[in-house]
Design a protein around this ligand. Structure first.
Ligand code: ADP
Length: 208
């Protein structure tokens, strides 16, 4: 699903965030990406999502060499990916429904299809009763689940999560990780950046 060959990333200003990284993640796998703060976990996920571009090396996604892919093609590649942020990045002036619908609106789905898919995603995450709520009224765990619903609503083949439990207590964190496991059980590839070693050790997945 993801292949990095000798990938380096230098940010403008000369800072080497990643140097000479090689790894493979099989389709359908789930893995944790760990390391101290500043180790380059976010950078690695951003390279996979084509939010940042590599300075050196080769990147393959779902068998396609995306190292020098044109900016025009990026949105099409990105539809294969759902991204979950630590602080969920919800839009506060829109309801839960509208937040989750956003990727489908952008992709041009019909009104009817959007309703169907959004409700299916909200149902899966136990959020159907929150459809009309605004993000400020949600708990931290609920807001993170809305972020996950938005990431999976387009049925991506790959989920990337950047410290998804960084703001949650241990019980909620475990629930969220278990949820990722359920998506993985139905074939979605999942890569989760986390520095929560105690939590990672409770889960039986490979660690990068
Ligand atoms: P992590 O997610 O493991 O905490 P990051 O990928 O956020 O690590 O950061 C890796 C290194 O790259 C850090 O030293 C950070 O300061 C630097 N960095 C991250 N983003 C940028 C940026 N946009 N511009 C310059 N340096 C950056």
């Amino acid at each position: 699903m993801i292949q990095f060959t000798n990938v380096s990333k230098r940010y403008p200003g000369g800072h080497d965030a990643l140097s000479n990284i090689s790894f493979d993640m099989e389709k359908g796998a789930m893995a944790f990406l760990t390391g101290h703060s500043g180790a380059g976990k976010s950078t690695l996920l951003k390279l996979v999502a084509l939010i940042e571009r590599a300075t050196r090396g080769q990147l393959f996604l779902d068998g396609e060499n995306v190292t020098r892919i044109s900016t025009r093609r990026i949105p099409y590649i990105r539809r294969k990916i759902g991204f979950i942020f630590q602080d969920h990045h919800l839009l506060f002036d829109r309801t839960v429904f509208d937040n989750v619908a956003l990727p489908l609106v952008i992709a041009g789905y019909s009104h009817k299809e959007i309703g169907k898919r959004v409700r299916a995603a909200l149902d899966k995450l136990g959020l159907l009763n929150k459809e009309r709520a605004y993000p400020v009224t949600l708990s931290g765990g609920e807001a993170q689940r809305v972020g996950i619903a938005r990431a999976v609503v387009n049925k991506p083949m790959l989920l990337l999560a950047d410290e998804p439990t960084g703001n949650l207590d241990p019980d909620l964190s475990r629930d969220i990780m278990t949820l990722f496991g359920l998506f993985n059980d139905v074939g979605v590839s999942v890569l989760i950046a986390s520095h929560d070693i105690a939590l990672i050790e409770q889960m039986d997945y490979p660690v990068l």
